[in-house]
Design a protein around this ligand. Structure first.
Ligand code: ADP
Length: 305
């Protein structure tokens, strides 16, 4: 099974003709509240693709924290993943204007309170096939989880997003690194941050990241697909599936979910990448994330219509 370490964020979004000015109140044309966070999205995405999922998600003792149980229940995820902490639940608030431009603020809340002790007392982590984490939680629980996983022979997958420099030693316990082109350039310390938009540039970045510990580096390139680099073999380029992007939010999480699911299911890397790109395209072509993540049937039909 897949073990997902954090995060849980309630995302609120208002559709407005234009962004409000300081001190101004505007009437919103639509308002949505969705449970998300990179961790939850990967857990839900993988579960929908038929993989058993366990993990840890920290929520607060506020109104939003109460949404965790029905959300996990609806997604078929074990409620035992939830850790309740005093304070606020991770939450984001954003505006989308008439041009589709976004602005948003995200409060990490309880996600920051997931601790190394939580990881040590989590049953099951060392029995997983793969442990996946992202940077919406602190370094300490990730370091602890990856150390325990490494000692138990469990593979680890890191998405360093939102980007920060990884804590010392973290990459040496990371087997699989999945990141977008901007994050890859930041991690490689490239002065050309954000310019790795071609598969060739991405392959060069991937090669330099391989040298830091992981044995598989996957760099996503939005509508240009993804590049996977392994030591000693030529890089693989997975083209993107053509889609009219409605809302690219969550495409990266969907990609990671399907990649992780495929790896847990023991599929060959090329198949995992194809399914990941299809899953990313499906979510990019739909509004929202939670409801947009496809089932195994939907993904199979998308790949073989
Ligand atoms: P992130 O959201 O983390 O920046 P990307 O934008 O690179 O990640 O998207 C992840 C994956 O989702 C891409 O590798 C691609 O396969 C798919 N994807 C994203 N946007 C599109 C798009 N506009 N058209 C087709 N596929 C897309």
């Amino acid at each position: 099974f897949l073990f997902v370490l954090g995060s849980f964020v309630i995302a609120c979004s208002a559709k407005v003709d234009r962004f409000p000015l300081p001190g101004e109140s505007l009437r919103a044309g639509a308002f949505t509240v969705e449970a998300g966070g990179k961790g939850l999205n990967v857990a839900v995405g993988a579960r929908r693709l038929g993989v058993a999922v366990d993990g840890l998600l920290a929520v607060g003792d506020d109104l939003f924290g109460g949404l965790a149980e029905p959300t996990l229940d609806r997604a078929g995820l074990p409620l035992s993943m939830i850790r309740r902490r005093a304070g606020g639940t991770g939450a984001g608030i954003g505006f989308t204007d008439a041009h589709g431009e976004n602005c948003l603020a995200v409060f990490p809340g309880a996600n920051r309170l997931l601790s190394a002790a939580d990881v040590r007392t989590a049953p099951g982590l060392t029995r997983a096939a793969l442990v996946a984490a992202q940077f919406e939680i602190d370094d300490a629980p990730i370091a602890e989880a990856f150390m325990l996983a490494r000692a138990a022979g469990v593979r680890t997958l890191l998405t360093p997003s939102p980007y920060r420099e990884p804590a010392a030693g973290l990459l040496s316990t990371t087997d699989i690194l999945v990141l977008n082109a901007v994050e890859a350039a930041q991690m490689a310390g490239s002065s050309r941050a954000g310019q790795a938009s071609s598969p060739e540039d991405a392959a060069a970045l991937g090669a330099s990241l391989l040298a830091r510990g992981p044995d598989l580096v996957v760099i996503t390139l939005g509508p240009r697909g993804a590049v996977a680099c392994r030591r000693g073999t030529a890089p693989l380029h997975q083209p993107a599936f053509p889609v009219t992007a409605v809302d690219s939010l969550g495409a990266g999480d969907a990609f990671t979910a399907a990649l992780a699911a495929g790896l847990v299911q023991g599929r060959p890397l090329t198949v995992c990448l194809e399914r990941a790109a299809a899953c990313g395209a499906i979510v990019a072509g739909r509004l929202g994330v939670f409801d947009a993540l496809p089932s195994a049937d939907q993904l199979d039909r998308y790949l073989r219509p």
